[in-house]
Design a protein around this ligand. Structure first.
Ligand code: FE2
Length: 400
C-alpha cells in the first residue's frame, strides 16, 4: 500500500500535455467572462484581477478554541428549533448528518447561531432547504459567517466579485462533451479533503450555498473522522496520537498557475498538524486526515510515511459505514449545506456530466477555527465526550 501526494502529476510532462489539450478540472481564468454571461448569479463568479495578486493575508485565530460559539450553544437547541415551530429533521445516519426543513438561517438570532454551532459540532453536517441566503447579497453572507469567527480568503480559488472571502466552486452547464474532457485520462474527479487544512488555523465551519445545481448528482459526500478514529484498536489509536502530519497547498498553487489564476494570497504552506485532534467544544477526538492536502508524516522515512498514510486512506475512505451523501437537489431546492471541518472529510462528486444539466455553482463561507491540537486528558471526568455539555473547560486549555 502506498500513498501518492495529490498534485505530483503536475510534474509529469505527459500529464501536462493532456491537461493543456483537454479541459480537465474546470475552466481557465481566461474563460470566466464568457461563462459569466451564461449563469444566474454572475456576481458570484468574479474575474481574476491582476491588481489582486498578493493583496491579502489570512488572519490568525489564536483564541479560536476559547471563542468558539458552540460553547454558548444550548444542548437542547431550543433557539435553533423553537418550541411550536414546524421544523422537520431527518437524520442521514444515526451518528452524523441531518437534513432540516423549516429553519430559515438568515433569520436566526445570535442564540440561534450559537445553537447552530453546537449542532454542527455534534451532528457534523446539516442540510438546509428553501433558504433565502443566495439572494441576500455578499455583504449579508459575510456578516453571517463573521459571527462564527474570522473568514478565510482562499489563495487561488474562484471568488465572488470584490468579495474574496466568498469562495466559489463552479462547473459549467452543458452535456456530455464535459464527460469526454473530464474522464479522458482519469477514472474519477473526486478529492477528499477538510477545507483549507493547509492553513495554520484551518476551517471550523463551512457554509456551502447552492446558486445553481443539477437536479440530481453533484452530491457532496462526507466521512465522519471521529468514527474512523473510534474503529481503530487502542494500540493504533495511541500510536497515531503521537504523529504529526505535514499539510500543503503547494500543488494546488501549481495547478492554479497552469490555469492562469491570480494568487490573492501568495504563500506555499507546509503546515504541521496533529494526526489526531481534540474538538475544542465537545472534547471528542478525530483523525485529522485531509487527503488532498496531506504531504507526509513528520519525522518518518518516506516508505514508513507512505505505508501509514496509505493505510489511513484505505481505512477512512473505503468504509461506507461512516459516510453520508448531501444532495443539492437542483437550483430550486435553494440548499445551504453546513459542516464542521474539524472532524469531517468531504468531496464533491462529478457524476452528472453525461447529462444535460445546469451549472453546478456554489459559494462557500469558510470560518477559521482554532489551531488544531491534541489534548491528552488523563482525568476522564473532564472530558465532554458526548457533546451535550458546553465544554468551557476544554475550550480554555491548549488552544494556542
Ligand atoms: Fe471543500
Amino acid at each position: 500500500m502506498s500513498f501518492k501526494v495529490s498534485g505530483t502529476e503536475l510534474f509529469d510532462a505527459h500529464f501536462l500535455k493532456q491537461l493543456q489539450k483537454l479541459k480537465v478540472g474546470g475552466i481557465t481564468a481566461d474563460e470566466i467572462e464568457e461563462q459569466r454571461k451564461k449563469i444566474r448569479y454572475p456576481e458570484y463568479l468574479g474575474a481574476y484581477k491582476v491588481e489582486e495578486e498578493g493583496k491579502y493575508n489570512n488572519f490568525k485565530n489564536v483564541d479560536g478554541a476559547k471563542n468558539d460559539k458552540g460553547h454558548l450553544g444550548d444542548p437542547t437547541f431550543k433557539n435553533l428549533f423553537p418550541q411550536g415551530s414546524k421544523v422537520k429533521t431527518t437524520d442521514l445516519s444515526p451518528n452524523f448528518g441531518t437534513e432540516i426543513e423549516g429553519v430559515q438561517l438568515s433569520e436566526l438570532s445570535d442564540a440561534g447561531k450559537n445553537d447552530l454551532a453546537l449542532y454542527l459540532e455534534t451532528r457534523g453536517l446539516a442540510v438546509f432547504r428553501d433558504q433565502d441566503f443566495r439572494d441576500k447579497g455578499p455583504d449579508f453572507a459575510k456578516k453571517f459567517g463573521e459571527y462564527f469567527g474570522p473568514l478565510h480568503i482562499h489563495p487561488v480559488s474562484f471568488a465572488a466579485e470584490d468579495h474574496p472571502e466568498l469562495l466559489v466552486t463552479y462547473r459549467p452547464a452543458g452535456g456530455d462533451e464535459r464527460y469526454d474532457n473530464e474522464f479522458a485520462n482519469r477514472t474519477g474527479a473526486y478529492g477528499w479533503h477538510s477545507d483549507i487544512s493547509f492553513e495554520e488555523y484551518p476551517a471550523s465551519f463551512s457554509f456551502f450555498v447552492a446558486l445553481e445545481a443539477p437536479q440530481s448528482g453533484g452530491d457532496t459526500v462526507f466521512i465522519d473522522l471521529r468514527e474512523a478514529y473510534r474503529r481503530l484498536s487502542p494500540t493504533l489509536q495511541k500510536f497515531f496520537e503521537t504523529l504529526t502530519v505535514i499539510h500543503t497547498n503547494y500543488y494546488q498553487n501549481q495547478f492554479a498557475k497552469l490555469k492562469n489564476y491570480i494568487a490573492r494570497v501568495k504563500a506555499d504552506y507546509f503546515t504541521e498538524h496533529p494526526l489526531v485532534r481534540t474538538h475544542p467544544v465537545t472534547g471528542e477526538k478525530a483523525l485529522f486526515f485531509s487527503r488532498a492536502f496531506t504531504h507526509s508524516i513528520k519525522g518518518l522515512k518516506n516508505t514508513e510515511s507512505d505505508a501509514i498514510l496509505g493505510f489511513i486512506e484505505q481505512h477512512v475512505t473505503g468504509n461506507p459505514e461512516f459516510q453520508v451523501r448531501a444532495a443539492h437537489k437542483g437550483t430550486d431546492a435553494r440548499s445551504v449545506i453546513a459542516w464542521d471541518n474539524r472532524f469531517l472529510l468531504h468531496t464533491a462528486t462529478v457524476d452528472f456530466l453525461q447529462h444535460k444539466t445546469p451549472a453546478r455553482h456554489h459559494f462557500r463561507i469558510t470560518v477559521l477555527g482554532e489551531r488544531p491540537y491534541f489534548e491528552k486528558i488523563e482525568d476522564k471526568e473532564n472530558l465532554h465526550s458526548n457533546g451535550s455539555a458546553n465544554g468551557n473547560s476544554n475550550g480554555h486549555s491548549n488552544g494556542h
